[in-house]
Design a protein. Structure first.
Length: 537
């Protein structure tokens, strides 16, 4: 008896020491929002904010490898977007995973609210790198922009009316993710606008001398209030705006809830008018109305739960490199392979005439489509990056290559720092200059090692320092993190430019270098905060 009891106690102790793999991948304290089949509709589909959702299984090795980067992305996106996860190994969640078209783990999907209230959100597959940086950049690129562009011409119209407004005076042409998220929080409650420092009349009218400056217009005859909360961070800004309006609850109330609230308000307004009528008649009318409201609520709720998502197989925007360090790390160090860089003006293209910026938009859209096409086919393709002229390294690179970037323009170059060459995209001006076919031909020529190459100026290539650091985790785990499970092996592709020139020995060396670079990136990410500057306006 004592022996049996001892064995049972030992077995229990042993089981207690084993990792609770099947109990779930993310702890309750995790920054990742844990969603189930029952809460998905309320927390994701009805949210005003963009959400990236990971569909995982606790036993999946790639899911476990992704966890640190995914949680880091969640911390970086806090207050800007939601980072959620669904356990598809849970029987209760399997219908949701099936409805979302999940076929392997981990599967990442970006859910973006429809721009028109009440419509079904748009769902897109995330095909980017399985790193915190890649996830953050992709999600920020999918934030809905409800910030109004204000100029001297339309400033009076924007400020007209009784409702409260917030206007950011800035020297930047683009809208920051932080301001976009605040506009989403106050959608329909407080209008949010942004005006450039070059709009001299409006700037002078409100005596704005420093940028950025946030001004709150309470509405009516009340004087405007200038934000003086110090740093332009989310919490103090929301507290400042809450003086005149409270942000929307998130997730937003369902249609049925809104109808119920409206019904209650309607009853309160009309009750005093009916006080002199027969009490029995009034009670009967209220009962009939309440029954109708309840039926409407149940119908609306059922419709919400049965609405199928709109899954769009579309391309994600090309990631943007904002810092010199990131540009050197990705494309301009001594062991860097081929990159395609799209240099664009720092100012927002929307400030220019559509005709001027049309070529730029067409080039970036078609490059994104090409990257998406190769990702969908599981074919390797060198990375594409957008480099605005505000990047501290952009001017020196363009000068060394003898290029300039005018308003609304784009300069496309392919660089291979390891082999010391670069190529410039040159095509005849016209509406087809940046067509999908023209860009694909250029990309294919680079892949096949065809066409003229120019010598890359040596001063643009920096020495490799980060790669000499000891990796923070095993190579195999870092490399496997970027490979989704249950995905077919990549289809062999026509020899790329690098592959065409490499010998078997050099190919092995390149593979080792690639692995080292991946480890270095992971180590760098774990050692410092994201380089994306989304915290401030």
């Amino acid at each position: 008896m004592h022996t049996s009891a001892s064995l049972a106690a030992c077995a229990a102790a042993l089981l207690a020491t084993l990792p609770a793999v099947h109990a779930g991948l993310y702890a309750k304290s995790s920054p990742v929002l844990q969603v189930t089949g029952q809460t998905y509709n309320r927390l994701v589909e009805k949210s005003n904010h963009t959400t990236i959702v990971e569909f995982f299984a606790p036993w999946c090795g790639h899911c476990q490898n992704l966890k640190p980067s995914y949680e880091k992305a969640a911390r970086n996106l806090a207050g800007l977007a939601h980072v959620a996860a669904v356990d598809c190994d849970d029987d209760a969640n399997k219908p949701l995973c099936g409805r979302m078209g999940v076929q392997g783990f981990p599967t990442l999907k970006i859910v973006r609210p429809a721009k028109v209230a009440g419509r079904t959100p748009v769902v897109e597959d995330y095909q980017g790198p399985r790193t915190a940086t890649g996830i953050v950049e992709a999600v920020l690129g999918h934030l809905n922009n409800h910030v109004q562009t204000v100029t001297d011409k339309n400033a009076d119209a924007f400020l007209a009316g009784e409702g409260p407004k917030a206007l950011l005076f800035t020297d930047k042409g683009t809208v920051s993710p932080l301001l976009k998220s605040i506009a989403i929080d106050y959608l329909g409650v407080l209008a949010v606008g942004q005006i450039r420092n070059k709009e001299a009349a409006t700037v002078a009218k409100f005596n704005v001398e420093t940028f950025p400056t946030l001004v709150l217009f309470p509405g009516g005859d009340q004087d405007p209030i200038v934000y003086d909360g110090g740093a332009f961070k989310r919490e103090p800004i929301v507290e400042f705006l809450s003086r005149v309006a409270a942000p929307n609850p998130d997730p937003a109330p369902s249609t049925a809830d809104k109808k119920k609230d409206n019904h209650a308000k309607s009853k309160a307004k009309t009750s005093s008018k009916k006080a002199k009528k027969d009490e029995a008649s009034s009670t009967t009318d209220d009962a009939e109305t309440e029954t109708s409201s309840t039926a409407t609520e149940e119908s609306a709720t059922a419709t919400d739960e049965q609405t199928a998502p709109v899954i769009v197989e579309s391309a994600l925007p090309i990631p943007t490199i904002h810092t010199a360090e990131k540009l050197h790390k990705e494309c301009l160090h001594a062991k860097a392979h081929t990159c395609v860089l799209a240099f664009v003006p720092a100012s927002d293209a929307a400030d220019k005439a559509d005709a001027e910026a049309a070529g730029q938009h067409q080039a970036l859209d078609n490059l994104a489509a090409l990257a998406h096409k190769h990702a969908q086919s599981n074919r390797h393709l060198f990375p594409f990056f957008v480099v605005p002229t505000s990047n501290p390294a952009a001017a020196s690179v363009l000068e060394a290559l003898g290029l300039t970037v005018g308003d609304g323009e784009v300069q496309l170059v392919a660089v291979n720092a390891r082999r010391g060459w670069w190529r410039h995209y040159e095509a005849a001006d016209g509406e087809n200059k940046y067509s999908h076919e023209a860009l694909e031909s250029w990309i294919d020529a680079i892949r096949m090692g065809e066409g003229e190459k120019k010598k890359l100026p040596e001063e643009l290539v920096v020495a490799v320092e980060a790669e000499t650091e000891a990796p923070s985790e095993p190579v195999s785990e870092t490399v496997s993190e970027a490979v989704p499970e249950a995905t077919p092996e990549a289809t062999p592709e026509a020899a790329s430019e690098d592959e065409a020139e490499a010998t078997p020995a050099s190919s092995a060396t390149e593979s080792s270098a690639d692995a080292t670079e991946s480890v270095s990136e992971a180590a760098t990410e774990s050692a410092k905060a994201e380089e994306i500057k989304h915290e401030e306006l």
